[in-house]
Write a protein that binds this ligand. Structure first.
Ligand SMILES: [Zn+2]
Ligand SMILES: [Zn+2]
Length: 167
């Protein structure tokens, strides 16, 4: 989920960095086999970032559902059981033989679909801070997040506090 958010922000938000180097860094930070990333993959990742943006902007469940259904038809997930890592046997949504952009698409798509099934649209959105167009996904227990970052949350709270004190 964090990887999907980071990609959408890198590609579509003001001041986002979607250079090949930044994309490789993004994959590494989200433990996404960055060593397989080739500069030629960058265009595919950027396209996927733009494709996912409307999901975060969706305000109606029907809209978000239709988008994910369309994407799942276009690139159907191919489930694969894996037991690498500390968590034992678990599902991947693409086999290890598939290309990195395909694995990335399948994984982020299914993670968003699972979040939608579990929580509806309440966990994703565009940052509520004025002038910020970054998206967020909230996987916390409380699920009250409305901002892309602590910085935006604090800035908005300080502004609201000042406005109240002025009144
Ligand atoms: Zn795994
Ligand atoms: Zn923000």
């Amino acid at each position: 989920m964090a990887a999907a958010v980071a990609l959408v922000n890198a590609v579509t938000s003001t001041g986002g960095d979607a250079s090949a180097g930044a994309l490789r860094r993004l994959l590494r930070e989200n433990r996404f086999f960055s060593e397989e990333f080739e500069d030629a993959d960058a265009a595919e990742f950027r396209r996927w970032g733009r494709t996912l943006r409307p999901f975060f902007e969706a305000t109606r469940l029907q809209e978000a559902t239709a988008l994910l259904n369309r994407l799942m038809l276009e690139s159907p997930p191919r489930p694969h059981l894996s037991d690498h890592g500390p968590h034992g046997l678990h599902l991947h949504y693409a086999p290890p033989s598939s290309r990195l952009p395909d694995r990335f698409r399948a994984t982020t798509l299914m993670n968003l679909a699972e979040l939608l099934v579990e929580h509806g649209l309440g966990r994703t959105g565009v940052c509520a801070a004025g002038g910020c167009d970054r998206v967020y996904a909230d996987t916390s227990r409380s699920g009250r997040r409305r901002f892309c970052s602590e910085t935006c949350a604090n800035r908005t709270n300080v502004a609201a506090f000042r406005a109240r004190r002025k009144e």
